[in-house]
Design a binder for this molecule. Structure first.
Ligand code: SF4
Length: 315
């Protein structure tokens, strides 16, 4: 059986010899499938109609290795967790179960990002060491969802799946992935974030990254300023400090105020909110960003003084 390993993870465990910009704290792995995914998400190199390199997911390359070889080398990476990404194809659940069985002797907690599966499958995952499930909603608005996702699963089905995950794994264990920059307005994005937290899910933010060979290859990524606004709004919603009703929007639905002045914001925002927000032990380095450019999500907290700089730039 083969498995894909993110380039950084492969370097960290010594499967590939190359220079690393930031060491991943989680082992990022992906199911191996000869063909493309059944779904046709507009941003995704794995999509049914994409002509991108199948070794790609976001801007990361995922070389394939034998599972046994990966299991043998994995302890060398000193990882805190395994994060298994999946592509959707018939037989996926049985492949995931086989992989989870192989991971078990390593004794690491496992996160699985997967398209909707039934509760029975979720229970099976849980009994094999899975503690978090990534829900690839991706589109942060119901309006753009059908065009962007072109998937077997509707907007409503994705939310039902999120509820099932919470039923099986508990509050905070469903991580709804949202990609900022797919055509949603700020208002739609913050309302979707609020919806997720109101039902007991968490949100993991990503920045849209154009990849050659995908339907959105020529689209622009979001500006850093817009992404920072969404990160700030996300934190305020998550902590119950403010919500969409407290925020101010212009006529296009863009965020122009958070219902707090700069000093109030500075007193409540920690710098960690600009770092990767995922499962415990996840730093996902350079998933959306090029090394040497200011990252959308820092692999570690950027420090206290950065908060003031962001506030000055977004207010
Ligand atoms: S379901 Fe996931 S892997 Fe499949 S096309 Fe969509 S984003 Fe890509």
């Amino acid at each position: 059986m083969m498995i894909r390993v993110s380039y950084g993870t492969a370097i960290a465990m010594g499967l590939v010899k190359a220079k690393m910009f930031a060491k991943p704290t989680t082992a990022y792995l992906m199911t191996y499938h000869e063909g493309r995914c059944r779904n046709n998400c507009a941003f995704c190199p794995q999509a049914r109609e994409s002509w991108a390199d199948l070794k790609k997911l976001s801007r990361i390359t995922w070389p394939a290795f034998d599972v046994e070889q990966v299991i043998e080398r994995l302890p060398e990476g000193g990882f805190a967790r395994i994060c298994l990404q999946t592509v959707d194809y018939p037989g996926l659940v049985s492949d995931v179960l086989k992989l989870l069985d192989q991971f078990q002797p390593l004794g690491l907690p496992v996160s699985v990002s997967i398209t909707p599966v039934d509760k029975e499958a979720l229970e099976e995952f849980k009994s094999r060491g899975v503690d978090y499930i990534g829900v690839g909603l991706d589109a942060a608005s119901e309006r753009i969802y059908p065009e962007i996702k072109d998937s077997l699963y509707s907007w409503d089905e994705m939310w039902c799946f999120t509820a099932d995950v919470i039923d099986v794994f508990g509050e905070g264990k469903a991580l709804v992935h949202l990609i900022i920059g797919l055509g949603e307005t700020d208002r739609e994005a913050v309302e979707t974030i609020a919806k997720a937290y109101s039902m007991g899910a968490w949100v993991s933010l990503f920045a849209f990254t154009p990849i050659r060979g995908t339907r959105l290859e020529s689209a622009e990524p979001p500006s850093l300023k817009r992404y920072r606004k969404i990160q700030v709004a996300h934190y305020l919603i998550k902590e119950g400090l403010a919500g969409p009703k407290d925020f101010e929007f212009d006529e296009k639905g863009s965020l122009v105020g958070f219902g707090m002045d700069a000093d109030e914001l500075a007193s409540v925002l920690p710098p960690e909110i600009f770092a990767t927000h995922g499962c415990p032990g996840c730093n996902r380095p350079y998933y959306n960003e090029r090394p040497k450019k200011e990252p959308y999500n820092f692999p570690e907290s950027p420090g206290r003084e950065y908060v003031r700089r962001v506030i000055d730039s977004i207010l």
